[in-house]
Write a protein that binds this ligand. Structure first.
Ligand code: ATP
Ligand code: MG
Length: 371
């Protein structure tokens, strides 16, 4: 069935990008074995998420790590410290530095896509556009027919450097290819959704429907698709870390599909990303849960106001505000809260961190685990 003979030129808009499903038969034993492993790890993760008392607590931290890695792919550098402050609401979004903002926008995009999916139960064009709009903080939609978009080696924003790919260009072409992609994703065509995610991700990046932000939008779309297809309950699969750590392969394999229809290497790479990432996240969940238990057992006999809920709250974000403790303990006065805080610091649950005029309370155990 290998009938696709187009001579690919990376400097010419790839309007010949074939529609899905892939023309070439590529499923073989090696892929099926990897698919089995990845599916199993993913199912394990999905089960593990429900062991967390309040899943959204971990989702937030993991979503932030995902956001951090995903944005780092574009060399937007931001420290874990800045980020942790940001999710703890101790940083004002308006005054955050540009790198932190970028990450917050990614997280906002992830959550808004997730909420939209929960409401309407399916992914459509508007879901994808709204993810992009949140990421880039814009009202634009798909790029215009005449837009000049090229992908350079390594980093798309690096102006000098070799062109590795030129996405399709021209009136109606993006809509047409996106319609085909969405149809493929929602079709009950017998292919497993996890396999379809890997195929769809290539296609999305190859269409490159937006001026910028296609990588980030595509990675959020992966997560939402697994949720839509009931393979994942919460957006906790932290694929961007794997992708950034293997960025050269990632770029190379995307090109491999375009140039040689090498779906097999690409699909294996993505399945491996799912397998490794699920295992990694499972380990983190186990570590967080057992540290939570250990902390609770250690502190509870010493402080009678230390509740299970407070313990959970302290493990929902690495940076804690004093007001949260006040709320969780129903403390009547500021003095009482201050007193509680100093006890938590004394027993090593939290430590204080002074930054300029601000004081933060930090859960070092959680930071170590999230590392
Ligand atoms: N040869 C290629 N064919 C198709 N897509 C590619 C190719 N090489 C890279 N890409 C995709 O293009 C993305 C970069 O595009 P763009 O700059 O629009 O996205 P971004 O979100 O701003 O950047 P990043 O992914 O670097 O965070 C990469 O993440 C990758 O998914
Ligand atoms: Mg970019």
């Amino acid at each position: 069935m290998d009938t696709f003979n187009y001579m690919f030129d990376r400097k010419i808009p790839y309007n010949e990008l074939p529609k899905l499903p892939p023309l070439k038969e590529f499923l073989d034993t090696e892929i099926l074995l990897k698919w089995g492993l990845a599916s199993r790890s993913l199912a394990e993760l999905n089960k593990n998420v429900f062991r967390i008392p309040n899943p959204s607590m971990l989702v937030n931290t993991i979503a932030l790590q995902e956001a951090q890695s995903s944005s780092a792919i574009e060399n937007i550098f931001t420290t874990a410290d800045e980020l942790y402050k940001a999710i703890s609401d101790t940083v004002n979004e308006e005054t955050a530095n540009p790198a932190t903002k970028e990450v917050l926008f990614y997280r906002e995009a992830l959550w808004s896509g997730y909420n939209k999916l929960m409401e309407q139960k399916f992914i459509d064009k508007s879901t994808i556009v709204s993810i992009f709009q949140k990421i880039k903080q814009t009202n634009q939609g798909f790029r215009s027919p005449q837009s000049q978009v090229i992908i350079k080696r390594g980093n798309s924003d690096f102006r000098s450097g070799e062109t590795v790919y030129t996405p399709p260009r021209g009136a109606g072409i993006i809509d047409e290819k996106m319609d085909n992609l969405l149809e493929f994703m929602s079709d009950q065509n017998g292919l497993d959704p996890l396999l379809k995610m890997t195929i769809a991700h290539y296609q999305f990046e190859a269409i490159h429907p937006f001026i910028d932000g296609n990588g980030r939008t595509g990675r959020i779309l992966n997560l939402l698709y697994l949720i839509e297809q009931n393979l994942l309950s919460h957006p906790v699969l932290y694929l961007s870390k794997y992708i950034i750590e293997n960025k050269d392969d990632y770029y190379h394999l995307l090109s491999g599909v375009t140039q040689r229809q090498d779906w097999k290497s690409w699909v294996l790479f993505m399945l491996n990303a799912v397998d490794e990432t699920s295992k990694h996240t499972n380990t983190k969940i186990d570590e967080i849960l057992s540290q939570m238990d250990a902390t609770f057992e250690y502190v509870k006999p010493k402080l009678k106001w230390y509740s299970l809920e407070l313990n959970q709250a302290l493990f929902s974000q690495p940076y804690v505000k004093q007001s949260l403790i006040g709320k969780m303990t129903n403390a009547k006065s500021r003095t009482t809260v201050t007193n509680y805080m100093s006890k938590l610091v004394e027993y090593g649950v939290l430590s204080t961190k002074v930054d300029g005029r601000e004081v933060y309370f930090v859960n070092n155990d959680l930071i170590r685990i999230l590392g």
